[in-house]
Design a protein around this ligand. Structure first.
Ligand code: 8YV
Length: 328
């Protein structure tokens, strides 16, 4: 019997590919060639499933050209690369990869906060460039982390992980803002207090963004919001590019209207706003918050399990648009 045809749009771990090959006839982009939208669409034609990443846009144009497609399994917890409404309308299941990356990503959020507050990359560049000739009382003096106020915008699983690290590891006072308030038991676990966005902006010493990207969260932090923050505050974005207005942020950093920023995600990445590349008080990393080998393997395997579960038994593990399941 012919195996169902699937596409693996980006390079993945060989063991993940081997598992998929047991069940499917797999076309894989193991060379990790950059595919245009047109090429991705071409590759998806005739496939019933796809393993995608955050860089692979699945919208109605793609779906219209690929009527055999039944599932796209994203190797990411975020899924703003999917047009979920279009997928649902065309009966295509979407799955994501939640939970397996929560703690790893929270670790990175905290690492980026620490690096930003304590000017770690800026001082390393100074040392590597051979400028370190003496000690000085204020050399790379930053801002404190312990005992300060940690603000979190978006209090899902990763936000909660960061809150726990701050409250229990660093004695921070945690305030958060979210679409909905957490259950009291969860708030107590995170030692976090719910506040309005205005209070969050005004009181946070370190503001970490962990909210999903959507049209509603586009430019949640722009010039007006930055103006409300403390001049000693740091801003950390591990959520998605586009949540911050990068041009406004670069200007605020240059004018020292906030102390520093740590950014793992960018508007239009992998391009980075040129002004962010020239301001010194920003730590920049290339979207690596979930990048540890065990976590990336777990994400790839969860995406693979979603494909196997759905296409062999109609039982995906982490479906997003469950209404599609009822109609299959
Ligand atoms: C991924 C992420 O590395 O899971 C997410 O939402 O942002 C990252 O962990 C990236 O999206 C690649 O799929």
């Amino acid at each position: 019997m012919n195996k169902p045809k699937i596409l693996v749009a980006r390079a993945v771990f060989p063991e993940t590919l081997a598992r998929l090959q047991q069940h499917f006839d797999v076309e894989a982009n193991q060379a990790d060639e950059p595919w245009s939208a047109a090429r991705l669409t071409d590759k998806l034609k005739g496939k019933v499933g796809a393993l995608t990443t955050g860089s692979d846009r699945i919208d109605d144009t793609v779906l219209a050209a690929c009527p055999s497609l039944r599932i796209c399994a994203n190797m990411a917890v975020g899924y703003n690369n999917f047009d979920i409404n279009a997928m649902t309308a065309r009966g295509v299941l979407a799955t994501n990869a939640p939970d397996v990356l929560t703690e790893t990503t929270a670790d990175f959020g905290f690492a980026l906060l620490m690096a930003t507050a304590r000017r770690m990359t800026e001082s390393e560049h100074f040392l590597r460039a051979g400028h370190w000739t003496t000690w000085r009382y204020d050399m790379f003096a930053g801002v404190d982390v312990h005992g300060t106020t940690l603000g979190i915008l978006g209090m899902g699983r990763i936000g909660q992980g960061i809150a726990k690290r701050g409250a229990h590891g660093f004695g921070m006072k945690v305030i958060y803002h979210n679409r909905s308030r957490l259950e009291p038991a969860l708030e107590a676990e995170c030692a976090a207090r719910y506040v309005g966005k205005e209070e969050l902006l005004r009181h946070a010493d370190h503001l970490v963004l962990v909210l999903p990207y959507s049209a509603a969260s586009h430019h949640s932090i722009g010039a007006a919001e930055l103006a409300r923050m403390k001049p000693t505050a740091t801003l950390i974005n591990i959520a998605r590019g586009g949540i911050v207005d990068d041009a406004a942020l670069a200007l605020a950093l240059r004018e020292r209207r906030i102390a520093a920023a740590g950014l793992d995600v960018f508007e239009g990445e992998p391009r980075v706003h040129p002004d962010l590349l020239t301001v010194p008080n920003v730590v920049l990393t290339p979207h690596i918050a979930s990048a540890t080998i065990p976590t990336r393997l777990a994400m790839a395997n969860l995406a693979a399990d979603n494909l196997i579960g759905f296409l062999t038994q109609k039982k995906p593990l982490t479906p997003l648009n469950i209404e599609v399941l009822a109609t299959k």
